[in-house]
Structures are given as C-alpha cells and as structure tokens.
Design a protein around this ligand. Structure first.
Ligand code: ATP
Ligand code: MG
Length: 564
C-alpha cells in the first residue's frame, strides 16, 4: 500500500486539511516517512479527488501563458489525464522502466510539468537541465548520467544531434515542437494519440526521483540524487510556512525549468493544493514581469535576487499588483537595499530562503517571522542547522564557520542520497555529525543565519576575513551601482585585497571613473567597517553569471589571480 491508499485505485477521500497536515507532519520529521510513496499517486491523484468533491476553489492547478495570447489551464483532473498520457509515451514509446533516466531540457513550456509528473508515474528518474546548455555541456551530462532518453525543443535538438553519437546510452529522443525532425519522435503527436489510462508504478520512498547537476558556480557540476520522499515530501512544510501556500494561492516562480527552484515550486505548491503559474518568459524583461503581476491574480512571487535588482530599477508605483501578498527570493544573497526598495514601493517584504541542490530549504524567513534585513532567516525544520568548525564542532553564536546540517545519528529524509558515482565526494562533504554546505556564515543568538560567502569567496586581507556579500550590499546602497561583485585580488603587502567589479546605473555611466571610484570607496567606508572597502575598483558592463542568474565570483577571481 501507498500511504494514501492502494495503488491503482482511487485513494480514500479524506478531509483536505487532514491530508495536508499529514504530509506536513512527515515533512517536518514529526511522522515517519511511509515505506511507499509516489507523488503522482499519493499527492496529485488525491487532489484530483478532493477537487471533484468540491474541496478546492475553482482555480487551475497549472496555468501557463506565453504573453502573446496563448494560455493553458489544467485543474488537477486534467493534469492527471495529460500526465497519464505522457507516462504512456515514456513507458511504451521510450521503453522507460523504473530507474531509467530521462533528461528533460525544455523552456518554460507546459510539457516540462507534464513530463516531470509522467516520470514520477513511470518511475523514471528525471534529469532537468537548462536550455542554454552547449553541446559540450549536453555531452558531459548525457555521458555522466547515462540517460536513456531526452526530451527537448527545436532550439536544442541540433546540439543533441551533434553529440548523440558519443552518448551510447541515449536510445530515444523526443521533440516538443509543432514540426518534425529526422531521428526524433514528436512528443505532442504521441501525447495526443496516447491513452489517458495508466497505472502509476509503486515506488519506495527511497527510490530515486531526480538527479540534478549543480549550478557549477564553482568547478564542474556535480550529480545530486534525491529520493521520491526527499523531494516529494520535503517541501510541503516550507511550502506552507515559507512560501505561505494554500489551496487558493497562485504561485509564480520565474525560475528556469532546469534549476532546482522549478522543482521546489512544483513540490511545494501542489501538495498544498496551490496553482503553479508559469510565464514562458523567453527572456527576462522587467516590464513583462511587472505587467504579468498586474494582469493575473498571482498571489505569491518568487524571483532570484538578480531579477529583483532589475525590478527595483523600474518605477514600481506605476503598477498595481492586486492579488500579490507574498514575495520570496533565494539562490544567492539578497542585498538589503533591494529589499528596502521593494518594500517601500510595493508594500511587501521579501522573504529570503537558502538551500542547495543537495538539500531542501535549509534556512528561511517564514511568513509572520520578524525579518532581520541581510539575514537568510532561521533553520528550516526538520533540519538541525549549525555553524561548525572544520572538524564538525558546533561554534557559539556570532562565530563565523561552516553552515552545516546534522546528518548523524539520523540523516534527514529530505536530503540528497549521494553525489552519483562519486562516493569520495559524498564522504568528503561530511565532518563529524554534519554535512558541510561549503558556505560560511554566523548564527546570532536569536538563531538567525547571516551568510558570509561561499568558502572560496571569503577574502582574507591582512588577516581580516571579509565576506563579499557585505561589501557588495554596501556598494549597492549607492545610487551609481546597479550590481557589484567583490573578489580577492593579489597584493604584495596584504596578500590579498578587496576588489569590486561594478556595473553602473545608466545615469552614472558617463561620470569620471577615478572620481566615482573614490566616491564609492568613501561610501563603503561610511556604511560598513572601513577595512572592508574595495582598494581596487573596475567598472564593467556586465558580471559573469550562471544560467540561473548567480554571480560567478570564481571566474572573476581566476581572472584576478591569472588562473584559468
Ligand atoms: P556548485 O555546487 O556546482 O558550485 P551551486 O552551489 O551554485 O553550484 P546550487 O546548489 O544551485 O549550485 O546553489 C546552492 C548555493 O547557492 C548555496 O550553497 C549558496 O552558496 C547559494 N545560495 C543559495 N541561497 C542563498 C541565499 N539565500 N544567500 C546566499 N547564498 C545562497
Ligand atoms: Mg554547491
């Protein structure tokens, strides 16, 4: 039995509050994880029943728009039908068996959500990727994961064709397109022809659900595997508490489908009965985002800090977001200045969260919690999060150290299973009783965590340890600064010094650089401890970023230190 009912049969009808409360209790670690769990059967099909019984307002479960008039709306019942069709395509046409891997690289098209659910229905392990992947990236990922199948769109198909001869495990290629391509099967056509009858496989809670390649902010991307329960149940509580989702909410997260945040959204919204809103957003455009927020009854918004940095450049008072009530951010540090600008113009706080591909939400500023600007919030249960030294000893409040999650005596169920095919790396990620995130921070006496930087990003100048984010945030408070990245730079006397790469706001771009440099240096000395000021400043037109929008300080650092 699955924990919500026998497989292949409709689950017993329960009160929605009881059901969500049960999932939430498991998610918080207060109830044991069931032996069998399948998100499609136990969560989505359950909501389909609840919806039929009138336990949900008449909003879609999935709502997609492309900004050019096209729209897709599915309730849970329709999502169930469509995803069962998709599951039949994966099982019958692609011969995917439970445990087989499928790479899923699509722009923000409805098929991404369908195929994600279809993988869960068939037991196939999904490997999402971002659409900007190059031939080299695709080859690396297909070879490393030994994926049997790939589904992608017109833009990426030629890149896959260029390397598929080097990927012997790859057996089937599905194209999401209205046209055809030799060597590829047309997914939309297959979907139309497939049956809506499909028996969801029984999956054990520990069976793999997905594999993520990390963003590769530092070094080569690593394969992180999560179980059915880890992702399927691990976001229910943070979905309630941090994202503040209920069955009447419409949640828009602008994240790319290839990044963990798209999965976080799926696995936090649907258990809570919420609607996932998606805009195709072929490119990030502040005006499109703001107009969409004004035109649709979106209640909950999540964007990476980079996007909020763009949004606050606009005159936000010109827009009316009638339904918006809760805003979130995460993925990199949020500069307090951006939070303040958003709040003063929109009237809503930005609730920052912190996590990794390896984990679910580690720290969060939950709804209703006092927000301390600049902090990434408190530990998110069931995690026991501590600041530890390099041997895994817990440090006192205020002391800087490694952000760590307790994995002994018991590893949280909502945690990556391993770095795939890399037991040494998996083992090296632990010290004593803790998993070491690779990030540095301190915790204050109230339990709030203050991010300092990734381990490698912390600057050591004449024995002063300086976190780049603090300097970047100080710079961001100056009107001339649109964005800044701070890294170490070699110095014959101090060993290393603080260097800032700055993208100027358009109105400042023609100012005298030397004068502006001095002004910015004085500004940093005024707003933070003077020893942190950037001794070197360079103005650039853009900062190197990962496709998920994170600043790649490691690239700038290598450039500074003459390393490739
Ligand atoms: P790689 O491990 O390959 O270098 P990555 O760590 O960037 O890639 P992810 O797992 O997507 O890949 O990102 C997690 C990291 O993002 C965290 O370890 C942390 O450094 C950063 N991060 C996430 N949220 C926040 C936040 N709120 N504040 C500061 N940093 C954050
Ligand atoms: Mg990482």
């Amino acid at each position: 039995r699955g924990f919500c009912g026998p497989h292949g049969q409709p689950p017993p009808l329960l009160d929605p509050q009881d059901i969500v409360a049960t999932w939430e209790a498991i998610s918080l670690g207060r109830q044991p994880v069931p032996e069998y769990f399948n998100f499609a059967h136990d969560v989505l099909d359950m909501w389909s029943q609840l919806e039929k019984a009138g336990h949900r307002p008449p909003i879609p479960a999935f709502w997609w728009v492309n900004g050019a008039g096209a729209e897709v709306k599915w309730n849970f019942e329709q999502l169930g039908q469509q995803s069962r069709r998709a599951a039949n395509v994966l099982r019958d046409t692609c011969s995917l068996q439970p445990g087989d891997r499928m790479m899923l690289v699509l722009p923000r098209l409805p098929e991404w959500w369908l195929v994600s659910v279809a993988c869960i229905r068939t037991g196939a392990v999904m490997i999402p990727g971002v659409s900007q992947l190059t031939e080299k990236d695709l080859k690396y990922r297909l070879q490393a994961s030994r994926a049997k199948s790939i589904i992608t769109s017109d833009s990426l198909a030629p890149r896959v064709d260029a390397i598929s001869a080097d990927c012997p495990s790859l057996q089937t290629k599905l194209l999401v397109s209205d046209s055809s391509r030799p060597g590829w099967m047309n997914f939309r056509k297959l979907l139309r022809e497939a049956s809506t009858e499909h028996n969801c496989v029984r999956t054990k809670s520990q069976d793999p659900l997905d594999i993520y390649f990390t963003s590769g902010t530092t070094g080569a991307p690593k394969m992180v595997e999560h179980s059915q329960a880890s992702y399927g149940l691990g976001f229910v509580a943070s979905g309630r508490q941090w994202v503040d989702l209920t069955k009447s909410d419409i949640f828009w997260n602008t994240s790319d489908t290839g990044w963990v945040k798209a999965a976080w959204t799926l696995f936090s919204a649907w258990p809570n009965g919420s609607c996932i809103f998606v805009h195709e957003l072929p490119r990030v455009d502040a005006k499109v985002i703001l107009n969409t927020l004004s035109s649709f009854p979106i209640t909950t918004l999540c964007c990476v800090p980079t996007i909020f940095r763009l949004l606050v450049q606009e005159d936000l008072t010109r827009y009316q977001f009638q339904s918006l009530k809760h805003c979130l951010t995460g993925g990199e540090a949020l500069n307090p200045d951006v939070r303040e600008k958003w709040k003063s113009q929109v009237g809503l706080d930005l609730h920052e969260g912190y996590g990794q591909s390896e984990t679910v939400v580690i720290c969060a500023n939950s709804k209703g919690m006092k927000i301390k600007s600049g902090s990434m919030g408190k530990a998110s249960p069931p995690y026991d999060v501590q600041i530890v030294d390099d041997e895994g000893n817990i440090l006192s409040p205020g002391e800087e150290g490694n952000v760590a999650v307790r994995v002994r005596p018991a590893r949280p169920f909502c945690f990556f299973s391993c770095y795939l095919d890399n037991p040494e790396k998996t083992e090296a990620s632990e010290r004593g009783d803790f998993y070491i995130t690779g990030d540095r921070a301190h915790k204050d006496k109230d339990g709030y965590f203050w991010f300092m930087g990734r381990n490698d990003d912390v600057i050591n100048s004449s024995s002063y340890r300086i976190g780049p984010v603090e300097v970047e945030s100080a710079l961001a408070e100056h009107p001339a600064v649109l964005e800044a990245a701070v890294v170490s730079s070699p110095d014959p006397i101090r060993g290393e010094v603080v260097k800032a790469f700055i993208v100027l706001s358009p109105t400042y771009s023609s100012q005298d650089p030397e004068k502006l440099t001095r002004e910015l240096q004085e500004h940093v000395k005024r707003v933070t401890a003077p020893y942190k000021y950037p001794r070197k400043v360079t103005f650039v037109s853009e900062l190197p970023k990962t496709v998920s929008g994170k600043i790649q300080r490691s690239k700038l650092r290598s450039q500074e230190w003459g390393r490739r």
